[in-house]
Design a protein around this ligand. Structure first.
Ligand SMILES: C[S@@+](CC[C@H](N)C(=O)[O-])C[C@H]1O[C@@H](n2cnc3c(N)ncnc32)[C@H](O)[C@@H]1O
Length: 270
């Protein structure tokens, strides 16, 4: 068992890991991430206190699923890609997507988080962990710049300040010949209402960057390809796997744009 002492934004990745583990224990899981559950069983931490109940677990896997699908889509057409998985936490997306050996995948998060990943997850020739803040931009020098890039950032943008986020996007766009950025964003209201989120309250994390219109990022060199608000994360086959009450909540959210647009998944090309 690995004992952990994460606080604030670093601790939030225990919540998302636990959400995926809870989903994987269901008879008809949405994501079915067994590796997440195995990791949870090897971490000495009281996951029951992190603020993730059954409903929160559903929203965590509903967000991960389309991000997996869009990422797989990019990798199918770019088998020579570099993947930057920013703010990766303990996510096992590398295992879930199992990219070909011609893809090189970088998981990037703070050093303490990466240290835990190294203890719990197997190494692979086409995989590198980088322990750094994404905003200490020197880490980018470790990554080759002559291949198309898939940049995935799930549950990260909101922890950056608007200035840090904009600078990160500009540097990523400038570094690679072409690529895609797939990430989720909160609206400004989502940032204002952050303390309603039990995980944010329990970890003591603070959210800063709210984006109301995904086209706001186009001024930093991106072109918006798709935007999916939270009420539309579940495809019909995924909806069929959810319990009736969750389906009802999602239906209600579709008719309340302020709620539906509080969290979005966005896909940009550059
Ligand atoms: C909500 S968790 C999401 C983790 C993972 N993407 C997932 O979906 O399970 C937020 C993650 O962002 C990381 N993070 C926040 N700010 C960061 C920064 N400036 N540099 C690197 N990682 C950061 C945290 O350490 C944490 O692992």
């Amino acid at each position: 068992m690995e004992k952990v002492h994460f606080t604030e934004e670093k601790a939030t990745m225990l919540a998302t890991l636990y959400g995926r583990a809870l989903d994987s224990r269901l008879e008809r899981p949405v994501l079915g991430d067994r590796a997440a559950d195995e990791a949870v069983k090897r971490i000495d931490f009281d996951f029951g206190k992190i603020g993730v109940n059954r409903d929160a677990a559903v929203s965590i896997v509903l967000r991960a699923k389309p991000i997996d699908a869009w990422s797989a889509d990019f990798l199918r057409t770019h088998p020579d890609a570099i993947v930057l998985h920013l703010g990766c936490g303990m996510d096992t997306r590398f295992q879930r997507l199992a990219p070909p050996s011609t893809v090189h995948w970088y998981d990037v998060d703070y050093p303490e988080v990466v240290e835990l990943r190294r203890k719990l997850y197997p190494a692979a020739d086409n995989h590198t962990d980088i322990g750094t803040s994404v905003t200490d931009f020197g880490w980018l020098e470790q990554v080759p710049s002559d291949r198309p890039a898939l940049i995935v950032a799930e549950g990260l943008t909101m922890y950056l300040t608007p200035d840090e986020g904009a600078e990160l996007v500009r540097r990523l766009v400038a570094k690679f010949p072409s690529g895609e950025l797939i990430c989720d964003v909160f609206s400004r209201r989502g940032i204002t209402l952050q303390k309603l989120n039990p995980v944010i309250r329990k970890t003591g994390a603070t959210l800063y960057w709210g984006i109301d219109d995904p086209r706001e990022l186009e001024r930093h060199g991106l072109t918006l390809v798709s935007s999916l608000d939270a009420a539309h994360w579940a495809t019909p086959d995924v909806l069929a796997r959810l319990r009736p009450f969750t389906r009802f909540q999602l239906r209600v959210a579709k008719h309340l744009p302020m709620l539906a647009k509080m969290a979005r998944i966005v896909r940009y090309s550059f």
